[in-house]
Design a protein around this ligand. Structure first.
Ligand code: F6R
Length: 611
């Protein structure tokens, strides 16, 4: 989704801004732009539809220089992804604005502004902000006050940077409900919607809270709260440096991230296992004191994180006897399930910036849960800062839009949460210890699985020319099938759906003919005989079967079937993690074979910061 970067320095900052834009590319976007305040005070901009590389090429052909400026990658919401609608948006030559989020009352504001003689040069909601700030500046206010008063007229969630011809050496950064961080450098300071835009410049940050306005200059940053009062926001040192987002020898970030999974899972598990048992303090001391009271769990999440939640539901029911409801966050926020007594709410979000998950969690904080917790990969994210308790995965920065290592680390963290709750519910220590060992064995097992890469590359050829695929699984493998289908469709653009295998004959079987690829997940569990029946149902209709199975699973007749056997047997706590890996490889290679942009699939964004 959209990305913002702003810089104030005592040197030309164009290259810093452009590098910031390149670092934001992973989020997904369709146009980009940069605006500088030139030495004489004039605001000048360059905007392009399409890739940042195009913007940079054209910039280099006709460069400009300035010591303060803002830049943006846009993911279109209001107005087509054209140069005319790309940010920064201007009000005359007085004000430039780059904006993430949505101005919900923009039609009303546009009408008001048009009635007072303002003419618009884009189809965006953002342009209203530029005109509102310009009007406030003309009323004699300074940039911070003008921005505050302009933003007070907006309905919606946003983050924004504002540059004015009348304010030398400074820009303003502000937010409400969307992330904005100020970066601190040596004689220069920055702001961005995401720290990855600033990793090349600094590791020192202050995160703005809702309603904050930061006036950013080369030598100082002044932050004021919603009423204009000076506020101090904590200084945070990030563990990530520029090397965290290098692709190295890998062809794509996604490939690198798939191969980093064993390490990511190992790092995530390390602090969660204490003397062979799940850490009682995994969500921190405060929740540990009430852990024994937890009687139910509500999970809200989107996309792959939702699939992880569905696996956790099965584990919580089976191992901890704990009722668990899993909701898509965009549904939860409008149709929340009743909140039972002693229920823990858990938001799962890799980025911690997904707008729907944030909105669901904001609602949960008002609903009388025993605790409101987050499972996230980003310690400094809006989600983690919003909740009472958090559990962090340690996947490192994930750049590829499709979640891979983040998902696997979520699964193992959820496995450990399940076991910690199971122990509280009275499961004997020796049983919990044995189950913990199964989880602890996962990094080595994942490493073995990655050796299947060449085979999956070859087998992905069977998918290349297909239009449709069905994924089937039972129990905790059903959400794994959902994840496999999600990965295949988002990367290879092959239409894929997942079903609980028993549902096949209740509808989807009608689709099966010799053009249909049917991927079945077959761990050697008690449900294998049932799954065998499903395989026969597909075979009888000529469907092409692709079965990912346990090493010695008895699949019945195997002729005409593509069978991928995992190298080792797996338990119910291991299988969802392990079976996900070949499905990731399959989707990755199918997409590469089709020549798709695997790191930035069309129309998608890494952090979905609009709802
Ligand atoms: C799919 C994918 C998305 C995300 C979803 C939630 O590969 O990456 O479905 O899982 O957008 O994102 P987070 O976890 O950042 O809230």
């Amino acid at each position: 989704m959209c990305g913002i970067v702003g810089v104030a320095a005592k040197r030309d900052i164009a290259s810093l801004l452009l590098e910031g834009l390149q670092r934001l590319e992973y989020r997904g976007y369709d146009s980009a732009g940069i605006a500088l305040r030139l030495a004489g005070g004039e605001l000048r901009r360059l905007r392009r539809a399409g890739f940042v590389s195009r913007l940079i090429e054209d910039f280099e052909r006709d460069p400009m220089a300035g010591e303060v400026g803002i830049a943006h990658t846009r993911w279109a919401t209001h107005g087509a992804p054209t140069e005319r609608n790309a940010h920064p948006l201007f009000s005359g030559r007085e004000v430039a604005v780059a904006h993430n989020g949505i101005v919900e009352n923009y039609e009303q504001l546009r009408d008001q502004l048009a009635a007072s003689g303002v003419s618009f040069s884009s189809d965006t909601d953002t342009e209203c902000i530029a005109h509102l700030v310009a009007l406030e500046l003309r009323a004699g206010k300074d940039l911070a006050a003008a921005t505050r008063d302009a933003l007070s007229q907006l309905v919606g969630t946003y983050s924004v940077v504002v540059l004015a011809a009348a304010e030398p050496g400074a820009f303003v950064a502000a937010n409400r409900g969307a992330p904005m961080v100020v970066g601190l450098g040596e004689s220069e300071n920055y702001a961005a919607s995401d720290i990855s835009a600033l990793l090349h410049a600094t590791r020192r940050y202050r995160f703005l809270r809702n309603g904050d306005i930061a006036l950013v200059r080369a030598d100082r940053v002044e932050i004021s709260g919603p009423a204009g009062e000076a506020v101090d926001r904590p200084l945070v040192e990030s563990e990530f440096g520029p090397e965290s987002v290098e692709r190295g020898a890998y062809r794509h970030y996604m490939q690198k991230e798939i191969f980093e999974q064993a390490g990511a899972v190992r790092n995530t598990l390390r602090p969660l296992i204490v003397e062979g048992l799940p850490d009682h303090f995994l969500f921190g001391a405060e929740l540990a004191g009430r852990f024994g009271d937890i009687a139910a769990v509500h999970i809200a999440a989107c996309g792959s994180a939702y699939n992880a939640g569905l696996v956790a539901r099965q584990w919580l029911q089976e191992h901890a006897g704990m009722p668990c409801t899993v909701e898509i966050a965009s549904e939860y926020r409008y149709h929340p399930p009743p909140c039972p007594e002693n229920c823990l709410y858990l938001a799962i979000s890799q980025s911690g910036e997904t707008a729907d998950t944030l909105a669901a969690t904001r609602l949960a904080l008002e609903r009388g849960y025993l605790g409101v917790a987050a499972l996230s990969n980003v310690a400094t994210s809006s989600l983690v800062r919003m909740v009472e308790h958090s559990l962090l995965t340690r996947a490192g920065l994930e750049v590829g839009v499709a979640s891979t290592k983040a998902l696997l680390t979520q699964l193992v963290a959820l496995a450990m949460m399940t076991l910690a709750l199971a122990r509280q519910q009275g499961k004997p220590d020796q049983d919990v210890r044995a189950l913990t060992q199964q989880v602890a064995a996962l990094p080595d097992l994942i490493e073995q699985l990655l050796e299947m890469d060449a085979r999956m590359e070859q087998l992905a050829g069977h998918f290349e020319n297909r239009g449709h695929a069905l994924f089937l699984g039972r129990g905790p493998m059903w959400p794994v099938a959902m994840e496999g289908a999600l990965k295949l469709k988002e990367l290879s653009y092959i239409h894929a759906e997942a079903y609980a295998a028993g549902e096949l004959k209740h509808g989807p079987l009608a689709l099966v003919d010799d053009s249909m690829m049917v991927v079945a997940l077959a761990p050697d569990d008690g449900l294998l005989p049932k799954l065998r029946t499903n395989l026969e149902e597909v075979r009888a209709r000529g469907g092409q079967l692709f079965v990912v199975s346990a090493p010695r699973a008895d699949l019945g007749r195997e002729d005409g079937m593509i069978v991928v056997r995992l190298p080792a047997p797996s338990t119910n706590l291991q299988a969802p993690v392990l079976y996900t890996v070949p499905l990731q490889l399959l989707a990755y290679h199918a997409a590469v074979r089709k020549g798709n942009n695997v790191d930035r699939p069309r129309n998608l964004a890494k952090s979905v910061t609009v709802d």
